[in-house]
Design a protein around this ligand. Structure first.
Ligand SMILES: COc1cccc(-c2nc(Nc3cc(C)[nH]n3)cc3ccccc23)c1
Length: 279
């Protein structure tokens, strides 16, 4: 162990980024394994939006309990740092798996989107809007289940393809880009748009509006994307029903979960056997 911090033995650094580092850690008395995210107060400009955002995100995250949302067990701080005690997801960052595999087979993408829809339904029922759904903000547990891990200041890997000043535009819905006045209120339908972008990226290996920043904005504003012909028609149907300019016309999460593409790949084996038997 590198060093111990009161009740924690600190293991290897898992990764580092803009706001600090993430370490593997073990709580002494219980031997409970977790991830410790260390944020330097100096890096969170005092009294700026970021410090308040940290407090708000901790407040929200502490009250969430869902298998596809990374748990925040607690937090503490010393004079210089804030420590977040987080659930440990054994298989790390989903986007690393996506880059390595280039794209996911339809059955795997459908299972991930079903888990995301379940997590987003839970969040929206609690009036929490995620606002930043993208592969970089998703971790993978040891059983391959995915966990939304965004605190609003996700850890960016050094070789993050999208390391631009304002982060990627790829996932922003039309109602949040351009037209001068960037309205800061978020309607939960923004998450439906991002879920559509995520579905596309899982299946195709790149984001649907990926281009130069200016062109990306133009293409998002017109929902100007093409889905490769080798994508199944069911998957195309779901993507088209989520990437809709009018937020009110996007497919609700309940209907995402009952969409033929999701049902086809997520119905449990035995139920499928029964279905076949009844044919
Ligand atoms: C920049 O690369 C980063 C950054 C932050 C975490 C990882 C990482 N994380 C986790 N699990 C986690 C992380 C948290 C907050 N809970 N569970 C596992 C990994 C496994 C291999 C490599 C990397 C890993 C990488």
């Amino acid at each position: 162990k590198l060093f111990h911090l009161g009740m924690f033995e600190i293991g290897r650094p898992l990764g580092k980024g803009k706001f600090g580092r993430v370490y593997l850690a073990r709580e002494r008395s219980s031997s409970f394994i977790c991830a410790l995210k260390v944020l330097y107060k100096s890096e969170l400009q005092h009294g700026s939006g970021v410090e308040k955002q940290v407090r708000r995100e901790i407040e929200i995250q502490s009250n969430l309990r869902h298998p596809n949302i990374l748990k925040l067990y607690g937090h503490f701080h010393d004079s210089k740092r804030i420590f977040l005690i987080l659930e440990f997801a054994g298989k790390g960052e989903l986007y690393k798996h996506l880059r390595r595999e280039e794209r996911f087979p339809e059955w795997k993408a459908a299972q991930y989107i079903a888990q995301m829809a379940s997590a987003l339904r839970y969040l929206h029922r609690k009036h929490v809007i995620h606002r930043d759904i993208k592969p970089e903000n998703i971790l993978m547990g040891i059983h391959g289940e995915i966990k939304i891990s965004d605190f609003g200041w996700s850890v960016h890997a050094p070789n993050n393809r999208r390391a631009t000043l304002c982060g990627t535009l790829d996932y922003l819905p039309p109602e949040m880009i351009g037209s001068g006045s960037r309205n800061n209120y978020y309607n939960e339908k923004v998450d439906l748009w991002s879920l559509g972008v995520l579905t596309y990226e899982f299946l195709v290996g790149e984001a649907p509006f990926e281009d130069t920043p200016i062109m990306t904005q133009k293409r998002i504003a017109r929902a100007d994307m093409t889905i490769p012909e080798w994508v199944s028609k069911e998957a195309k149907d779901l993507i088209k029903k989520l990437l809709v300019l009018d937020p009110e016309k996007r497919l609700p999460l309940e209907e995402v979960q009952s969409h033929p593409w999701i049902v086809k790949h997520c119905v449990k084996g035995e139920r499928r056997a029964n279905r076949d038997a009844s044919k």
